[in-house]
Ligand binder design. Sequence first.
Ligand code: ATP
Ligand code: MG
Length: 260
Amino acid sequence: MRVIVDRLSKTYRDRTGRELAALVDIALRVEPEEFVAVLGPSGCGKSTLLGIMAGLLPATAGQVFFEGERRDGQPLTATVFQEFALFPWRSVRRNVEFGLEELGAAPEERKECVARFIAMTGLEGFEDKFPHQLSGGMRQRVGIARALAVDPAVLLMDEPFSALDAQTRTLMMEELLGIWERARTSIVYVTHNIQEAVYMADRVVVLSRRPGRVLDVVPIELKRPRHEGQMGEPAFVHAQERIWGLIKTQAQAALREGRA
Ligand SMILES: Nc1ncnc2c1ncn2[C@@H]1O[C@H](COP(=O)(O)OP(=O)(O)OP(=O)(O)O)[C@@H](O)[C@H]1O
Ligand SMILES: [Mg+2]
């Protein structure tokens, strides 16, 4: 599925009627089966952009188009939320099953599908646990399994690994890439972590601080499958430096204003 974001803007209005521009004139494309990272500082409108792509929020101006074939009943998007957003009263199995129930899948089909994604995300043995009994990394796997289980045409991920320690994060990045290589959905992956974006993405869309605008789109010329060893390669380092160069002045300005 191809995603086309066309001159999208979003202005929030609070209860007193005061306006806050979150996104201005965002244009970007995600090609079929492409992994695109959207990178930007805290508060620049990343979650807002994802929410609009998911159809959860209305845009103030502009549009999001989806182009491509979908199988019968295949949802356009599924989202892995920034806060794990699991149902605390549901077991791991029932959390993963949630979207399939919503889609009206038959019980047999649900069972088979849930088992497959529980295995794929390394959650075997945890099926009957509840979210509060899991580590952050495990919870995030549940969020990913739940989103993947509905087989969306586009997977939207909002800083899924930001709550994890560095080691777990590296492992999860590898696993996500493995899953993506098998599932072949288009992915929009929101993050404020440059290394994460470069490691995983085909292209990195760099947003300015709020109101978010596209500063640049950086192609990542690293072979796939990706591996940790590439983090020292010149292409990796150059991409990181280029992106850091783009956001550095922004970060400095934010610091000066005491809002970083
Ligand atoms: N419902 C809302 N009403 C008013 N303002 C909002 C609302 N949601 C978000 N905002 C504001 O819009 C801006 C963008 O928010 P958003 O959550 O999209 O940023 P973000 O890039 O995802 O931030 P973070 O990196 O902290 O997750 C912020 O200034 C935020 O305070
Ligand atoms: Mg956010």
